[in-house]
Design a protein around this ligand. Structure first.
Ligand SMILES: *[C@@H]1O[C@H](CO)[C@@H](O)[C@H](O)[C@H]1NC(C)=O
Ligand SMILES: *[C@@H]1O[C@H](CO)[C@@H](O)[C@H](O)[C@H]1NC(C)=O
Ligand SMILES: *[C@@H]1O[C@H](CO)[C@@H](O)[C@H](O)[C@H]1NC(C)=O
Ligand SMILES: *[C@@H]1O[C@H](CO)[C@@H](O)[C@H](O)[C@H]1NC(C)=O
Length: 634
């Protein structure tokens, strides 16, 4: 028992000591000094009390020991006693310029709104006891050095109040300097206040309509503002420090391609920072300069796109089509990339030009001057898209074709302030001209086609089928026929032996098989595989189709179709849109087996005829002889 009690007693004594020494051992904490603060700017001194007994809300009293006062105490301000301040501080406390702000029950801060040189000295934060025993430290103090305000800021006027065109570049310059014996840093922030929104709301100073654009921060790094990060990353916003006269820093902010959103009032704010003994950076002076107001003139308000000629144009096929697109109202002092496109809706293939057709791109010129052509690739060689003057673009089709008719429109996309926009960069504005209707008058043209099977012996399998197509194109200027041969199946033999009980199927319209084509340029195309087929031209108007070693599947109704193709003055060929269909020619092949059966019949018929003629001749001959003899006897 005894041996167990002794260590327990010792433990209790140690515990009591610990409670006395640690549990109730008041401590008052202030930042480590000395603190350098600038005259005319605020001083904020936090003070905290811990390890106290009594109420959670503690009282605080602040004293100042001026450097020259020989240890004399000056009451500054207290949380509990309005009569506490000594004369030097009475007025300043009354008007709130010197005050204690409470952060929590045991944390306060001494605030001096505008520090004066005579405020330099040792500040003591004292907390009246609420403890059962007087233990620990009831006050603490820190030295505050008041240094002169040497922060100088100026700006170069560049915002005149005149509207700046969308896409223009903006350069703002602020200069700043400090002269300090202490090591201090200078930060600078360029910002914008949006115009129409709520004005400053007093207390916080942080107003929602203030946007930081770009800054050099207290650690001397360049930092873009939250809403400007993308433009900064794209290199469109830069901030540069240059060395000016007399140790001044000249800060140049450049913003490329201003947008309507950039309208507002611009400022630069410079701040002086110092590294306190507790290794935290403190802003000790700050100054804001209003640089001026920026109004951005929207491109949409000035820009227009027109095309010439206007309204409606009627051209002869083969003559040149020239359309000019003009962009007006682009600010002359802004270099912008332009994408120029000529679009066309409707063509000769859609029945009514200009209505309902799909809009297609004819040609485009990209901001870097590259020209590309739409789906009608053939056009690239027969046309051009050129910049003929600043803001003027000409589309030329050297020889218009019937398919070039339609409604043309020029679309211009402006990349304001960006001469070589990236692929993903959206255009600032796209505007289209009014449509110009282009009608193409085709030449009068007459096409005819006649098909014919030349006379000859009956066609049998294995023979060569020859079909002649006479096709003529009558028009002015050079023209050619393009001839297609088509084949329909032979009609089924009509057998009326037994009436069909089932209702007859509706007659099926048989589609022809395209057999071969001889194109306007002499190129032949054969479309059927099985047979040996050739096409050629026999004379100016005669076109020949031959099916060699004809088989039964080559039987059918043959016809030719002729299309008129004309040559424009530049040598290009185009379809004039006129065509003719010939009569159909029936090609039937007699089988060899049938021929073999036919021969005896033919022999029979001819021998019978021969016998007949012989008999008649004989009879006639004998009768005449007898008649002559009878006459002679007389
Ligand atoms: C409290 O005061 C005593 C003597 O006044 C001193 O030795 C001690 O370091 C002080 N403690 C703190 C935390 O300031
Ligand atoms: C800028 O605009 C505000 C109103 O938005 C106006 O109060 C201020 O005077 C203007 N500043 C200048 C320099 O024109
Ligand atoms: C086709 O033209 C040729 C002359 O080139 C002529 O002999 C022939 O009779 C014409 N055929 C028809 C069906 O017109
Ligand atoms: C002709 O032959 C090609 C392959 O050589 C084949 O794809 C096509 O279907 C054939 N056409 C006909 C009509 O038999």
């Amino acid at each position: 028992m005894r041996t167990a009690m002794a260590p327990m007693k010792t433990a209790l004594i140690v515990l009591a000591h610990w409670v006395l020494q640690n549990a109730v051992c008041r401590e008052v904490t202030l930042p480590n000094g000395p603190l350098f603060r600038v005259a005319g700017f605020p001083l904020s001194l936090p003070c905290r009390v811990s390890e106290y007994e009594g109420p959670r809300t503690q009282e605080f009293e602040w004293f100042l020991y001026r450097d020259d006062s020989g240890g004399r105490q000056i009451g500054v301000v207290s949380t509990r006693d309005k009569g506490f301040p000594y004369v030097p501080f009475q007025a300043r406390v009354r008007n709130g310029e010197v005050r204690v702000e409470r952060d929590s029950g045991d944390r306060v801060r001494l605030m001096i709104q505008r520090l004066r040189t005579e405020d330099q000295g040792k500040y003591e934060c004292y907390t009246p006891s609420t403890d059962s025993t007087y233990q620990g430290n009831y006050s603490n103090s820190v030295t505050v050095k008041v240094i002169p305000d040497t922060l100088r800021v100026s700006f170069t006027r560049s915002l005149t109040g005149q509207p700046v065109p969308e896409g223009a570049d903006l350069t703002l310059t602020c200069s700043a300097s400090i002269q300090s014996e202490q090591l201090t840093h200078l930060s600078i922030t360029f910002g914008r206040r949006a115009g129409s929104e709520v004005p400053e709301s007093g207390a916080g100073g942080e107003v929602s309509n203030v946007r930081e654009i770009i800054a050099i921060d207290k650690l001397l790094g360049v930092v873009p503002g939250q809403f400007y990060k993308k433009r900064y990353d794209n290199g469109e916003i830069t901030l540069e420090k240059r060395n000016g006269e007399g140790g001044q820093g000249v800060y140049v902010m450049k913003m490329k391609a201003v947008q309507p959103d950039d309208t507002g009032s611009y400022f630069c704010e410079t701040s002086q920072w110092i590294l306190d003994p507790d290794r935290s950076w403190q802003k000790i002076a700050s100054r804001t300069m209003d640089i001026g107001n920026l109004t951005v003139q929207q491109l949409a308000e000035t820009m227009s796109v027109t095309s010439a000629p206007r309204g409606e144009v009627t051209l002869q096929v083969g003559s040149p089509l020239i359309l000019t697109c003009e962009v007006l109202g682009l600010p002359s002092d802004v270099n912008s990339g332009l994408l120029v496109q000529w679009m066309k809706r409707g063509s000769v293939s859609s029945d009514e030009a200009g209505t309902g057709g799909v809009e297609v791109e004819v040609a485009r010129m990209s901001p870097d001057g590259l020209v590309s052509w739409g789906d009608d690739l053939g056009r690239a060689s027969g046309g051009s898209l050129e910049k003929v003057a600043e803001g003027k673009y000409s589309l030329k089709l050297f020889s218009a074709r019937p398919s070039d008719s339609g409604v043309y429109r020029c679309a211009v996309s402006v990349y304001a302030g960006r001469t070589s926009p990236g692929l993903s960069t959206p255009a600032t504005l796209t505007q289209r001209s009014e449509g110009v209707t282009v009608n193409l008058r085709t030449k009068d043209v007459l096409v005819s086609a006649v098909a014919q099977l030349p006379r000859g012996p009956l066609l049998k399998r294995g023979n060569t089928i020859t079909l002649i197509c006479n096709a003529t194109v009558t028009t002015t200027g050079p023209a050619q026929a393009q001839v297609h041969w088509l084949r329909w199946p032979l009609p089924e033999p009509v057998l009326k032996r037994e009436p069909d009980p089932a209702p007859a199927d509706p007659p099926v319209i048989q589609m022809p098989t395209r057999v071969a084509t001889l194109m306007y340029n002499g190129v032949s195309n054969i479309y059927v595989n099985g047979s040996e087929i050739s096409v050629d031209r026999l004379s100016a108007i005669s076109y020949r189709l031959r099916v060699h070693v004809a088989a039964s599947e080559d039987q059918g109704m043959y016809a030719c179709h002729a299309e008129a193709w004309a040559q424009d003055p530049h040598g290009g060929w185009y379809n004039m849109g006129a065509k003719a269909e010939s009569n159909a020619v029936t090609v039937y092949l007699y089988a060899r087996a049938a021929d073999l059966l036919l021969i005896p019949l033919v022999v029979g018929v001819s021998s019978a005829l021969f016998v007949g003629i012989f008999i008649i001749a004989t009879v006639t001959c004998c009768f005449m002889k007898r008649l002559r003899r009878q006459r002679a006897q007389k």
